[in-house]
Design a binder for this molecule. Structure first.
Ligand code: GLC
Ligand code: CA
Length: 540
């Protein structure tokens, strides 16, 4: 099917369930908590919720290590709660997008527990094994969360392969039985009324460890097309593939308009611009703003009518954008709105990560308050390598995943209204000033700005269709572009910095056009841009 493409006008909201809303006081967000907040999301105007994993899991990587794909972890509720969430959301025209982690499972999954019993076990070949001798792994490949990618199992005299933690053994997609088992599970969720799927690290499923290939393996798109044909294409779903290794050519395959793979791709080229080339994400570099413009422009240009992109600044793995490329001190509200304008004016499907619509900021914790496996591992690994403690913490403050995982700030009551118990991770200390209750009451807030942006996308077709053109390519402070469709044109202008700058409207624009949205109240001046000023003009 995939004919209607309703998702081209959609806006997706990502929920990290642990940190969204706790309904029973155990300090961990849960499904009933989400149900209580559906009206809030309805008010914001979103169309779909991408739910980070809620399936049963030992939580080694906060649910990205699944031990039963057909059940809900008791920490989040039950299957009945999930059905209730799908139904309650549906009544508000909100779809639920589930997070499918198909590159690996948990080592506590039945398949793996069986697989490690013997080489003859029918599940053995669901995972990736190599013979060997203890202490001499098949090669020097490293896992993303540190250490070797090979783990020794003495009973079998074999190693298994894991691209993430030791508790996340990689699934063997070469095995057709495994693939079929996955398809059956997806169809089972589709029966339950799930509205879409986000495919975790999907570009890594076709690994070839003997050749040291992790992403973009030779059979990748063959697998994805089969997956799509056997499952998604039987319904009218929204599907999004997470692909750290995508370039624009690959993206056209992932998001082929013929519907053979996914609805859209979720790629990170714009996100990787503040790290030193060929180093790790912890090796910080100042943002290259001109590069940012080029990267966005390239994706807009090359996917026009040939593919479809996700538009995002944030997710549960990334720091808060207002702390990263905005100014979370003196211009928090202005810069949060500017960054939103820049993104939501483009072609693609916008994603809002919980709290982004409030302009939530990074958390600066001491090491004892961090919970994330990646953060804790890099801390110890770098200490062992002789890095200075302050330097490591500096990187963690800037890039650590827990920045995005502090509890959602609902109001100014204790624990930000997130939980009546002790939250599993500390609340950001600024919740008394930054919270949903306060922002909903204030028409000038970041919340209302996001709401308006979402509304614009639903009112004017040009947001979905318009052709993108970058203006002022060389300008060091300004990000400006137009979107043009038949009979309609938008001009988006953003001052990316805290300085006031002289600015003249581009040819063909007088300043008398309709302003659809702007982050300064007063009528826009035509000869300068104020700090972090953003506007969208429209003419028909
Ligand atoms: C993805 C997820 C991340 C997880 C990893 C392994 O990148 O977004 O949170 O740790 O995959 O599943
Ligand atoms: Ca709970």
């Amino acid at each position: 099917m995939q004919e209607s493409k309703w998702w081209k006008n959609a806006v997706v909201y990502q929920i990290y369930p642990r940190s969204f809303k706790d309904s029973n006081g155990d300090g961990i967000g849960d499904l009933q908590g989400i149900i209580r907040k559906l009206d809030y999301l309805k008010e914001l105007g979103i169309d779909a919720i991408w739910l980070s994993p809620v399936c049963r899991s030992p939580q080694d990587d906060n649910g990205y290590d699944i031990s039963d794909y057909r059940d809900i972890d008791s920490m989040f509720g039950s299957l009945k709660d999930m059905e209730e969430l799908i139904k309650e959301a549906g009544e508000r025209n909100i779809r639920i997008i589930m997070d499918l982690v198909l590159n690996h499972s948990s080592d506590e999954h039945l398949w793996f527990r069986e697989a490690r019993k013997s080489k003859e076990n029918p599940y053995h070949d669901y995972y990736v094994w190599r013979d060997g001798t203890e202490g001499l792994p098949p090669n020097d490949m490293r896992a993303c969360f540190g250490g070797s990618a090979w783990e020794w199992v003495p009973e079998l005299s074999q190693y298994y392969f894991h691209q993430f933690s030791v508790k996340q053994p990689d699934l063997n997609w070469e095995n057709p039985k495994l693939r079929q088992e996955i398809y059956d599970m997806i169809l089972w969720w589709m029966e339950k009324g799930v509205g879409g799927f986000r495919l975790d690290v999907i570009d890594q499923i076709a690994k070839e460890p003997d050749l040291k290939i992790t992403n973009n393996g030779p059979r990748l798109h063959e697998y994805i097309r089969e997956l799509s044909k056997e499952t998604f294409r039987k319904g009218d779903l929204i599907t999004v593939g997470e692909a750290w290794g995508a370039n624009t050519e690959l993206a056209k395959l992932y998001s082929n308009p013929d519907g053979s793979e996914f609805s859209m791709v979720f790629q990170f080229e714009h996100i990787n611009l503040d790290q030193q080339p060929d180093k790790e994400k912890w090796d910080l570099a100042p943002l290259d703003f001109l590069k940012l413009k080029q990267v966005f422009a390239k994706w807009q240009r090359e996917l026009y009518r040939t593919g479809w992109n996700s538009l995002f600044w944030n997710n549960h793995d990334l720091p808060r954008i207002v702390s990263r490329w905005g100014n979370d001190k003196d211009y928090r509200e202005k810069s949060a709105k500017m960054l939103a304008t820049l993104l939501h004016g483009m072609q693609g499907t916008p994603y809002i990560y919980q709290g982004e619509e409030l302009g939530m900021t990074n958390a600066e914790f001491g090491i004892e308050d961090y919970r994330d496996i990646e953060t804790l591992n890099v801390y110890h690994e770098r200490l062992d390598k002789g890095y200075q403690k302050e330097d490591i913490l500096n990187s963690i403050h800037a890039k650590g995943r827990d920045n995005a995982r502090t509890p959602m700030q609902w109001d100014d009551s204790p624990n930000a209204g997130f939980s009546e118990g002790t939250p599993w991770i500390r609340v950001n200390g600024n919740y008394r000033e930054i919270n949903a209750k306060q922002e909903m009451a204030d028409k000038g807030s970041v919340f209302h700005y996001y709401k308006k942006l979402i509304g614009l996308r639903k009112t004017y077709e040009v947001f979905a269709d318009g052709k993108f053109e970058l203006l002022l390519e060389e300008a060091k402070d300004i990000f400006a572009y137009t979107r043009t469709s038949e009979g309609e044109k938008l001009l988006i202008i953003c001052n990316f910095h805290e300085k006031e700058i002289p600015f003249l409207l581009p040819e063909g624009w007088s300043g008398k056009e309709e302003i659809l949205i702007a982050n300064y109240n007063e009528i826009a001046e035509t000869e300068k841009l104020r700090p972090y000023e953003a506007r969208i003009y429209r003419k028909a």
